[in-house]
Write a protein that binds this ligand. Structure first.
Ligand SMILES: *Cc1c(COP(=O)(O)O)cnc(C)c1O
Length: 466
């Protein structure tokens, strides 16, 4: 097993969670249309649905809330946030937004029109949805290795420069308002991009007059993985590496609900003052005044303090090690997972785990439902349901990866919980022949369908054999 450094915090307040019976869970998942997203959180024992906004705040963050300045315009808390972002991410112009997708909406509206194109390392659901809603055509230019769960490439978030070059040659640089880079790549399993690749991509894009925007939600985790995996960076501080990740980019969209250890919030960062001014104008319409962006002053204080804690090396070492430990336990017992384990989640390769469930019956969603019923553990499908339909043809997208993602909230669960999850999944996997039926839609929403979709088993009343 890999190192499991002790948690660099102790517990000061607890939140009880309850256990339930398997029968009860099968009843409530049926009522929830076999979609764990539609469960009540109280019915979940260990909730690995997302690491977004589910972080435990520190005593310092809680006390920072009391410093919140709730002035409508020019609140002190805005300047505190602005200073923290400038110091750690290096962007001169900072515009608060209520969460990441608020920033995605504004950036997409500023730069995208029908007929434009965006190239990215795989995709994030809300990011691509906003890009497509504004008329852009999306191009995934991630390296092929990212689509192979078993490939052990250390930087499966890297962009394939030949793919990017091909898009530029095909549509012309003028039709590409920006390149969208995520660090880490959530949909590939929290996979990092290397500094070398990111720098090369920025050089190439800039040579063609194309700006590069960073999705910085998990850039600190990316920085830690760079330190562990990229030659030449082992002795550098996480702060330095984060700086190196942001430096070549033209701006960033941030969901502070991830790395920054907050429960809500985000920001946009720009270097270009004119673009920043345009974004402030739209922020007024969609988020709030440019000095609060839909957040309370106290939220901005909590994020500013969270940013400082997020680059603390004891914190980030323990955070990523906990994720690696869960991955290593599953891998050791033959549960097929995406390799190598990324920064925030362990992804079970559902297509391999359930080869008897065809892709059209959604093995990822089926495994998510089965994991809840068997273990009281909630994960989320990251496969065909999440990928949605192609906006042009209306047909289902079937991405190569068909995953059950187990995302680990920061500072919330202890090793005992992680061992419980590992034990339950190992048992379920050994017994997977009991999962006999896949799922079919009974309700399919138009946008980001995975959140509210409902299903029924393709045959009978259950996905399990009786
Ligand atoms: C969460 C997330 C977003 C969207 O942010 P929200 O705060 O959920 O609106 C965008 N990109 C990535 C990589 C994310 O993880």
């Amino acid at each position: 097993m890999p190192d499991y450094p002790p948690e660099p915090w102790r517990v000061k307040m607890v939140e009880p969670i309850r256990t339930t019976t398997r029968e009860y869970r099968e009843q409530v998942i049926r009522e929830a249309g076999w979609n764990p997203c539609l469960l009540r959180a109280d019915d979940v024992h260990v909730d690995l649905f997302t690491d977004s906004g589910t972080n435990a705040m520190s005593d310092r963050q809680w006390s920072a809330l009391l410093r919140g300045d709730e002035a409508y315009a020019g609140a002190r808390s805005f300047y505190v946030l602005e200073q923290a972002v400038r110091a750690h991410y290096g962007y001169e112009h900072v515009i608060p937004v209520h969460q990441g997708r608020g920033g995605e909406n504004i950036l997409s509206r500023c730069l995208l029109r029908p007929g434009t194109h965006v190239a990215a390392n795989m995709y994030f659901p809300s990011t691509r949805a906003h890009q497509e809603l504004n008329g852009a055509t999306f191009h995934d230019v991630i390296i092929d290795e990212a689509h192979d769960p078993a490939d052990e490439h250390p930087f499966k978030g890297n962009i394939d420069l030949n793919k990017l070059r091909a898009v530029v040659n095909e549509v012309g640089a003028d039709a590409i308002p920006y390149v969208s880079i995520a660090a880490t790549v959530n949909m590939a399993g929290g996979q990092p991009i290397s500094i070398a690749n990111l720098t090369e991509v920025c050089d190439f894009a800039h040579a063609h007059g194309i700006p590069v925007f960073l999705d910085a939600a998990r850039a600190v985790e990316n920085a830690w993985l760079v330190r562990q995996r990229e030659p030449g960076w082992a002795d550098r501080s996480v702060t330095d590496i984060l700086d190196a990740l942001c430096a070549p980019t033209d701006g960033a969209v941030m969901s502070a609900k991830k790395d920054s250890l907050a429960n809500i919030g985000g920001w946009l960062g720009f270097r270009d003052p004119e673009l920043a001014e345009q974004a402030r104008g739209l922020a007024l319409l969609y988020e709030g005044l440019h000095t609060y962006g839909g957040m309370a002053g106290r939220d901005m204080e909590a994020i500013a303090q969270g940013i400082v804690e997020s680059v603390d090396e004891d914190h980030i070492r323990n955070r990523v090690a906990q994720v690696e430990y869960l991955g290593a336990r599953l891998h050791a017992e033959g549960v097929p997972i995406v390799q190598p384990v990324g920064g925030h989640c362990v992804c079970v390769d559902a297509a391999t785990a359930l080869p008897h469930i065809p892709r059209t019956e959604f093995p990822g969603q089926t495994l998510a439902a089965a994991t809840y019923v068997d273990a009281g553990v909630r994960g989320v499908e990251r496969g065909a349901i999440t990928a949605g339909r192609d906006p042009r043809t209306g047909t289902n997208r079937f991405p190569p990866l068909e995953l059950l993602r187990l995302a680990i909230p920061r500072r919330v669960y202890t090793r005992g919980h992680i061992d419980h999850v590992a034990d339950s999944l190992i048992r379920l996997h050994a017994d997977r022949a009991r999962i006999v039926h896949g799922l079919a839609f009974t309700h399919e929403p138009r946008h980001l369908r995975f959140f509210q979709a409902r299903f029924s088993p393709t045959t009978g009343r259950s996905i399990f054999a009786n």
